[in-house]
Design a protein around this ligand. Structure first.
Ligand code: NAI
Length: 342
């Protein structure tokens, strides 16, 4: 048996349930921690050769140095994205980083479709109205998805599933990707194009590229200005793909007609927590929450039973592979970040 002492940060009941069930097959020595992994909390992992981290942890140089001096050798991310880890520093310290490259592209793509449908047919408003016995239809007019143009930015695992779903509605599909997927182009008649044509033509734009220095604020004021007035923008990728202040400005002018956001650039420390007894300190998020045509979910696109089970299984398998000294299929290396440079 290849057991490892593993400290798992930022755990909630649903994480613990899935990880404990999967660990019946691996028998690692797991300690669940509630805090996020940051430079302030990294010392909690002292004496643990492996730590497990999630998307809103901040695994910066100082956190890594503390982990390293506490004897940690492996950082197992239970996420696909790795933009929250200083990979150069991890590499410099000899810390190995692994991730879960694929756990359910369907979970994220289906949540993307849920945001499109809810925003378009104003389900969030209808739900509240009907509960108040307000059966009026004023302000609830949507549009047929059939025949509309959907622009998909990033057609990797998730973007490809989004393309298939949106084709099911009868949408015309445009896509932008550094590495166009020719078989997808044939399978669902996606037409690859440049960003300016996609912005100009699309009625719905959905973001599925990783966050990297080159994609930070990919959608800024200049990009928003090129889009069709009234465009629907969906972001289930990473918050900082989109400049939130520029989005607020575009929403106020009607340039953006609806925004569905599962991620937000300052979500760290806010999402995954119940702050309902507190005064929200983030004025940008507070402003976004006032728009009737903005629907925000707190990074829940991944949250299906299937995805949680796959995340748990791959994470614990990654830890076992490291312990056995096997080749690490899911290792993340610093040069992967550079691979996204256009
Ligand atoms: P993937 O690696 O399969 O696909 C990413 C695609 O983006 C690739 O086709 C790649 O060629 C393309 N790409 C990379 N950089 C680009 C650039 N600068 N310009 C144009 N195209 C570029 O990744 P996957 O699994 O589809 O996930 C996409 C992103 O979704 C992840 O990086 C993650 O940030 C986010 N995500 C969000 C979740 C949520 O719960 N909201 C859950 C899982 C992932």
């Amino acid at each position: 048996m290849h057991k490892m002492k593993l400290a798992i940060f930022d755990t909630h009941a649903y994480d613990r349930e899935a990880l404990t069930a999967a660990n019946a097959r691996y028998a690692h020595d797991i300690t669940y921690l509630e805090p996020r992994l940051t430079r302030e909390t990294a010392s909690l992992a002292s004496g643990f050769p492996a730590v497990c981290s999630f998307v809103n942890d901040r695994v910066d140089a100082q956190a890594l140095a503390t982990l390293h001096s506490g004897g940690t050798r492996l950082i197992a991310l239970r996420s696909a994205g790795y933009n929250h880890v200083d990979l150069d520093q991890a590499c410099g310290l000899g810390l190995v980083v692994v991730r879960v490259p694929e756990y359910s592209p369907h979970a994220v793509a289906e949540h993307t479709a849920a945001l499109v449908l809810a925003l378009n047919r104003k389900i969030h408003r209808a739900y509240n109205r009907v509960r108040e016995a307000n059966f009026s239809l004023e302000g609830l007019v949507g549009f047929d998805l059939f025949g509309k143009t959907c622009g998909i930015v990033g057609t990797g695992k998730i973007g490809a599933v989004v393309a298939r779903i949106m084709q099911g509605f009868g949408c015309r599909l445009l896509a932008f990707d550094l590495n166009p997927n020719e078989s997808l182009a044939t399978e669902v008649s996606v037409r690859y194009t440049d960003l300016s044509e996609l912005y100009r033509e699309a009625d719905i734009i959905s973001l599925h590229v990783p966050l990297a220095p080159t994609t930070h604020h990919l959608i800024d004021a200049a990009a928003l200005a090129q889009m069709k007035p009234g465009v629907m923008l969906i972001n289930t990728g990473r918050g900082a793909l989109l400049d939130s202040r520029a989005l607020i400005d575009a929403l106020k002018r009607g340039q953006v007609g609806a925004a569905g956001l599962d991620v937000y650039e300052e979500e760290e420390g806010v999402f995954f927590r119940n702050l309902s007894d507190q005064v929200l300190q983030d004025d940008v998020l507070a402003r976004l929450l006032t728009f009737p045509n903005v629907l925000i979910t707190s990074h829940q696109a991944f949250l299906t039973r299937e995805a949680l089970a796959n995340i748990a299984d791959t994470t614990l398998a990654n830890v076992s592979a490291f312990e056995r000294g096997e080749h690490l299929l899911n290792e993340v290396r610093a040069e992967q970040v550079l691979a996204t440079v256009p």
